[in-house]
Design a binder for this molecule. Structure first.
Ligand code: PMP
Length: 403
């Protein structure tokens, strides 16, 4: 997000396009991607390929000739399967008309922004944050407004809703709330969500809720009977102005499929249908068939992923904390360790050095906006042996760099 803005490639480009920020991870990734033996923990994905039963459902669809244009908002089977899955997760009836299939969570995020914010509008984002929301907001001509979370080495990250309220101006249109959060792992309590909803209602704002990591949570106090974190589904009315961004990428190891969904009040259906028409014109049917299989048969796989992440979190947090070189409160949710190396301020430089000196790829905090600069992000959705080796390599190098 903070990379210097290059001069336009050619004259007369639309400034919102020409000045879109480049990802802060790319530089480190490009520097280290071809190193033999490098352990790549910089990107937000696990190491398991998509399970066979999901790929087979897609292959059957292709073989059966499902290769034509399709429903703009998704095939009815997928929208019903999403409604049934979330109905179980949130213990409520959710009208299938609330759901639109999208090209990954990113397209859901982009459409959510397009629905509510345009030229000159402001959108609040608690930071550190996944940079793509800010990117989508900038490309839409609107302005992302960072509202830093508070950090303490003992208690981790917390949201001050007063601070969020103080950032609202007459131009504010929406609040993005990602819980559990990438990269911090911060996870909203039900009280946090009630307070944000009350603020949004009082000021006439939309909420863009990104709860894609809801099932990756490790603090029993934050888990309810369905073993997921608090959701706006628990506190909002179906007609509240909440847009939910969702994806198949993480739970079902489908990052490369580019399949997700947007959930919105049903009254928005025709408007969303138009936005799909004028952006992607729909998601390939065979990809959606894979999604149906994931939702209907994927529960054992999701549970395996959650168990692996919990073990990964233990290895990384215990191993790195033992070095004494980092501040790393164990994250309550998502699958990232967000660590602060004592005395280090230039994490871009450090991430490059870690490639050279430890052969481990981490993402520099500079990629994640205000307040993230002194941190590094490590994705622990990976097999234990890799993470143990990564900790072995990182420990002496971090100790050397720590002040
Ligand atoms: N939201 C958050 C918080 C994410 O971390 C990601 C992926 N890193 C997404 C949404 C989007 O995921 P995708 O586009 O791969 O489905």
């Amino acid at each position: 997000m903070n990379a210097p803005v290059p001069p336009p490639a050619m004259p007369s480009l639309r400034p919102e396009a020409a000045e879109a920020p480049s990802s802060g991870i790319v530089e480190v990734f490009s520097y280290g991607r071809d190193r033999p033996g490098l352990i790549p923990l910089w990107v937000g994905e696990g190491d398991l390929p998509t399970p066979g039963f999901i790929a087979e459902a897609a292959a059957r669809s292709l073989a059966a000739g499902e290769t034509f244009y399709t429903h703009q908002r998704g095939i009815p089977e997928l929208r019903r399967a999403i409604s049934a899955y979330l109905g179980r997760l949130y213990a409520q009836d959710l009208d299938p008309d609330r759901f639109t299939a999208t090209t990954g969570g990113m397209h859901a995020a982009q459409m959510a922004v397009r629905l509510v914010a345009g030229a000159g509008d402001e959108v609040l984002i608690p930071t550190p944050a996944w940079p793509n929301f800010a990117g989508a907001i900038i490309v839409a001509g609107a302005v992302p407004v960072s509202v830093p979370l508070a950090f303490s080495a003992q208690d981790g990250w917390s949201l001050d809703v007063e601070r969020l309220a103080a950032a609202v101006t007459p131009r504010t249109r929406a609040i993005v709330l990602n819980s559990p959060a990438n990269p911090t792992g911060w996870t909203a309590t039900r009280d946090d969500l009630e307070a944000v909803l009350a603020l949004a209602r009082a000021r006439g704002l939309w909420i863009i809720a990104d709860e894609i990591y809801a099932r990756f949570a490790y603090d029993p106090a934050l888990l309810n009977a369905q073993r997921r974190t608090p959701s706006f589904h628990d506190v909002a009315e179906p007609s509240d102005r909440v847009l939910y961004v969702q994806t198949f990428s993480k739970n079902w190891a489908m990052t490369g499929w580019r399949l997700g969904w947007l959930e919105a009040p049903p009254a928005l259906g025709p408007t969303i249908e138009n936005l799909v028409q004028y952006s992607t014109s729909g998601v390939p049917v065979f990809v959606q068939r894979g999604g149906v299989a994931a939702l209907e048969e994927g529960e054992p796989f999701v549970e395996e992923q959650i168990a692996r992440a919990a073990e990964g979190r233990r290895i990384v947090c215990e191993g790195l904390s033992a070095t004494g070189a980092v501040e790393l409160p164990a994250p309550p949710g998502a699958f990232y360790a967000f660590l602060k190396v004592r005395g280090v301020t230039d994490t871009r430089r450090l991430a490059l050095d870690l490639v050279d000196e430890a052969n481990v790829g981490l993402a520099p905090g500079t990629a994640f906006g205000a307040g993230a600069e002194p941190f590094l992000r490590l994705c622990f959705a990976r097999k234990a042996a890799d993470l143990e080796e990564a900790v072995r390599r990182l420990a002496p190098v971090l100790a050397r760099h720590a002040g």
